[in-house]
Design a protein around this ligand. Structure first.
Ligand SMILES: Cc1cc2nc3c(=O)[nH]c(=O)nc-3n(C[C@H](O)[C@H](O)[C@H](O)COP(=O)(O)O)c2cc1C
Length: 223
């Protein structure tokens, strides 16, 4: 079993999009899937399933669907990039190159984990508010994060992707996903071509957390 400090794993869990085609050993896959099962869900309902797609033809089909969507998405994304100040623009450009690579090679990942969810098994407490609902995802994405952290600990590259959710009908037909199950993420998994996971760029605690009320700065000793 791989050993790694939890903070080290979290702070180096960057998107890894260049993956070797080498198979992932079953025992390793089992461990990272078990990590997903440990995640909390509303009422402990565990309203998610993961389809571990290993069959070459199905991966190729998923890859082709992803490539189509990525072409459309990346064009719009690139158009906005020019307005960004440096060095953020250069960083985004680098990320986009890696994302382009995934766009062309998603189907070559030895494993694509398709995360499914059942809205009927969720208490979606914000479904009647006048804005897009997010609460349902809270019973799915903690499992996804556990899976990603498991991959990180095992030295496997991975990245959470959601573009394929745009073509849920085709993915559901390809994988035999029944009603009312939907798709929440597609995670290519494999050993990294380069260094794999590593340093990440994120906003600070001061920017993202407040004390007692919205906007009130929080100052905590960080010893
Ligand atoms: C909800 C969500 C959806 C994402 N969808 C995609 C995607 O469809 N394709 C992709 O290449 N990366 C996707 N990503 C990865 C993000 O682009 C990546 O985590 C972010 O840019 C930070 O990069 P870093 O972790 O390498 O620092 C997604 C991440 C999240 C959390």
């Amino acid at each position: 079993m791989a050993e790694m400090g939890i903070y080290q794993a979290m702070s180096t869990l960057r998107a890894v999009r260049r993956l070797k085609p080498d198979p992932v050993p079953d025992d390793v896959l089992h461990r990272v899937l078990e990590a997903a099962t440990w995640a909390p869900t509303g009422g402990n309902a565990q309203p998610w399933r993961i389809i571990v797609v290993k069959e070459r033809e199905r991966r190729a089909r998923l890859g082709a669907l992803y490539a189509e969507r990525w072409k459309v998405f990346s064009k719009a994304y690139r158009a906005n990039l020019a307005n960004l100040p440096e060095p953020a623009r250069a960083r985004m450009e680098r990320n986009l190159k890696a994302a382009d690579h995934l766009g062309d090679h998603m189907g070559g990942a030895p494993v694509i984990a398709i995360v499914c969810f059942n809205p009927k098994q969720m208490a979606i407490t914000d479904s009647k508010l006048d804005r897009p609902s997010v609460v349902g995802g809270a019973s799915v994405y903690p499992a996804v994060e556990n899976l990603l952290l498991g991959c990180r600990a095992e030295g496997l590259g991975c990245v959470l992707t959601t573009l394929l959710c745009e073509c849920a009908p085709q993915v559901r037909a390809l994988l035999g996903i029944p009603d009312p199950w939907g798709t929440a993420a597609a995670i290519p998994i494999g050993f990294p071509v380069g260094r794999g996971h590593g340093p990440i760029t994120r906003r600070s605690v001061q920017e993202l957390a407040y004390l007692d009320s919205w906007g009130t700065p929080i100052s905590l000793s960080s010893r």
